[in-house]
Design a protein around this ligand. Structure first.
Ligand code: CP
Ligand code: NVA
Length: 309
């Protein structure tokens, strides 16, 4: 593993390795065992979009691993004033050991990896959110004891989170059904990548406009905001289109009795999900958010050569 740009680049074995490490690192945190695997290493965190979870989990994760993280807001570094990705990659490669970037264009993340000489981690683009989905799959694994053979239903916008869920489920052999309105489907290239991985893993992929069809017999029900960062101007129109896709008690009751509810957060109660579901007994959203920390620490240890634990 050299970078984490897209889940499609990872093998099922690498995902398993990340989970094994994350499990150990989580245990160390719970037991108060020091684990300075990345002592002396530095992570640069470039953000051109807002963040709570990604920023805090990477920064705290690096601290717990004995390293140091720099918050590089695009508004404060020269990238935001037009310095090229090429020059930024060259310069940062001389100072730091790894870059995590959250931005709009997937191609900027790929260019950073291509032009620099250090590992790059995708902390969300308009197209993908791989770190989130690794934490989601880890959470499902913790709660259900397996991934293969389970069914995840994603109901809502075919956005970055939905795209990476397609990648992740297809890699790990989970069945996935995505229900999105016409015109808001997942990315066609990602769908075809997922289909090719699904043939190998045995995962079943269903794409539909019908939320009831998707959610039927699901082990995991997932949704995300209807208005992603950068789409604020479309808010009113989107709310109208997506209202039939709200995850509420009626829809959730079609899933399996022991189904869990996931959401990457931030959530907007009363829109994509109702309060009784996200704050109810089947919701695992805060375990999911916590797992960003443990899983990303495992990713950083693997990418920055912290050795085996
Ligand atoms: N889920 C997630 O990435 O949250 P933030 O936008 O707060 O980082
Ligand atoms: N789809 C959302 C995810 C936020 C973590 C967005 O891109 O804003």
């Amino acid at each position: 593993m050299k970078h984490l740009l897209s889940l499609y680049d990872l093998s099922a074995g690498e995902i398993e390795e990340i989970f094994r490490l994350a499990e150990k690192l989580k245990k160390y945190v719970k037991e108060g065992v020091q684990h300075p695997m990345l002592k002396g290493k530095t992570l640069g965190m470039i953000f051109t979009k807002s963040s709570t979870r990604t920023r805090v989990s990477f920064e705290v994760g690096m601290y717990q691993l004995g390293g140091y993280a720099l918050f590089l807001s695009a508004g404060d570094i020269q990238l935001g004033r037009g310095e090229t990705v090429y020059d930024t990659a060259q310069v940062l490669s001389r100072y730091i050991d790894c870059i995590m970037i959250r931005t709009f264009k997937q191609s900027d993340v790929e260019d950073l990896a291509r032009y620099g000489r250090i590992p790059v981690i995708n902390g969300l683009t308009d197209l993908m959110h791989p770190c989130q989905i690794l934490a989601d799959l880890f959470t499902i694994y913790e709660q259900k004891g397996a991934l293969k053979g389970l069914k995840l239903a994603y109901v809502g916008d075919g956005n970055n989170v939905a795209n990476s869920l397609l990648h992740g489920c297809a890699k790990t052999g989970m069945d996935i059904a995505v229900a999105s309105p016409r015109g808001f489907e997942c990315d066609p290239k990602i769908i075809s990548e997922a289909r090719s991985d699904a043939e190998l893993s045995g995962s079943r992929i269903v794409l539909t406009q019908d939320p009831e069809e998707a959610i039927k017999e699901a082990d995991v029900v997932y949704t995300d905001t209807w208005v992603s960062m950068g789409q604020e101007a479309e808010k009113e129109e989107r709310i109208k289109v997506f209202m039939p896709y709200q995850v509420n008690s009626r829809l959730f009751s079609l899933a399996k009795k022991d189904a869990i509810f996931l959401h990457c957060l931030p959530a907007y109660r009363g829109y994509e999900v109702t309060k009784e579901i996200i704050d109810g007994p089947r919701s695992a959203v805060f375990d999911e958010a916590e797992n960003r920390l443990h899983v990303q620490k495992a990713i950083m240890v693997m990418l920055m050569g912290g050795g085996r634990i």
